[in-house]
Write a protein that binds this ligand. Structure first.
Ligand code: FMN
Length: 328
């Protein structure tokens, strides 16, 4: 057993390295004694693409997993109360840090990935994600109450790509979606510490079969990182839907925790994930995907896993003082 080492600010510093929709970082933390509270920052919710706040809570769930892992890495045990007060729906979790065990190898290895993990945008190298590694990545999500449904059949993969691409077309031609993307994809050279920066997506998206259109962050302005030349044609990677059995705020938080745990495990093996959430932001398409490809489970994210074919992309986060309030 370890004595309580109250370096809880460092734990919050880790938490913010979670992925979030358009890098909105829709979270706030309060530190009070040995308790960290996590709140959703509803001002950062995407009003057009995410009116219910589902993806906001998936993002906050990912940050919650980092909080728990960060505490374990310090020899503290996180006691989590999810959604502790029905009258305060934005209060997502109270996490009490109590003395725990020294971190084991598993915890240390996963924790080492927190700041290394990056979202990928584009194709993957031809090297496949091997079954044992994929099984480990899947198991991590299941430990958190979410699960992956892998698209294996070529027609299912093709259909998911087509639905993604249709959603991308719809969003590009709908002014409200397009202006929301513009708000969260700033021009190069600015000082923003949130949003999807031009160094975090390639200037051109390499073609894969099936092809999943990327989001239009550059909006025709030629922004983005230099493409990397590869000898072999890039692949789409392993295509999965992250699903939950029900679709309530607690499920969205579970999906986020499962997502982050899987992503960190994938990163440990040199893999990264690309996200395609366009089709799940359009209610009719989400319902279609649920009925046809999820056996009535609720799709939360469409992801591709693989070995990145590009240099490490960059990402930014807001400083601690912007997200953390310290109480008595
Ligand atoms: C719920 C959720 C949805 C996301 N959807 C997309 C997406 O549709 N397209 C995309 O390129 N990235 C997507 N992302 C990845 C974010 O843009 C990324 O996490 C953020 O820019 C921070 O970058 P990082 O993950 O490399 O730290 C999503 C992330 C989350 C958590």
């Amino acid at each position: 057993m370890r004595a309580l080492q109250p370096d809880l600010r460092a734990v919050v510093e880790d938490a913010v390295w979670a992925p979030s929709i358009h890098n909105t970082q829709p979270w706030r933390f309060t530190l009070s004694g040995s308790r960290i509270s996590l709140r959703a920052d509803a001002d950062r919710r995407l009003e057009v693409a995410d009116p219910e706040g589902r993806e906001m809570l998936v993002s906050c769930g990912a940050a919650l997993f980092n909080l728990r892992l960060g505490l374990r890495a310090q020899g503290l045990e996180p006691q989590v109360t999810l959604l502790p007060d029905p009258d305060r729906p934005h209060l997502l979790a109270d996490v009490e840090a109590v003395p725990g065990e020294d971190p084991d190898e598993y915890t240390r290895a996963l924790h080492a990935q927190v700041r290394r993990r990056r979202s990928h945008r584009g194709g993957f190298r031809a090297d496949p994600v091997l079954d044992p590694e994929l099984a480990r990545i899947r198991a991590e999500a299941e430990q958190e109450g979410a699960r992956f449904i892998q698209a294996v059949d070529a027609h299912v993969k093709g259909a998911l790509a087509a639905l993604n691409n249709a959603a991308e077309h719809i969003q590009r031609r709908t002014p409200s979606y397009a202006s929301e993307i513009a708000r969260w994809a700033p021009a190069p050279g600015g000082r923003r510490t949130d949003g999807v920066q031009h160094g975090s997506y390639p200037r051109t998206t390499p073609w894969t079969d099936p092809h999943f259109s990327a989001r239009d962050f550059a909006r025709g302005r030629g922004w983005g990182a230099d493409p990397v030349h590869t000898e072999e044609p890039p692949t789409a990677g392993v295509i999965v839907l992250l699903v939950t059995d029900t679709d309530r705020p607690a499920d969205w938080l579970r999906a986020g925790q499962g997502l982050q745990r899987s992503l960190l495990r994938a990163s440990q093996h040199g893999f990264a994930a690309a996200y395609h959430t366009q089709s799940l932001q359009i209610p009719g398409l989400r319902a279609f995907i649920r009925t046809h490809f999820c056996g009535d489970a609720w799709p939360q994210l469409l992801l591709r896993f693989g070995m990145p074919d590009t240099e490490v992309l960059t990402s930014v986060r807001r400083p601690l003082q912007d997200v953390l309030t310290e109480g008595p």
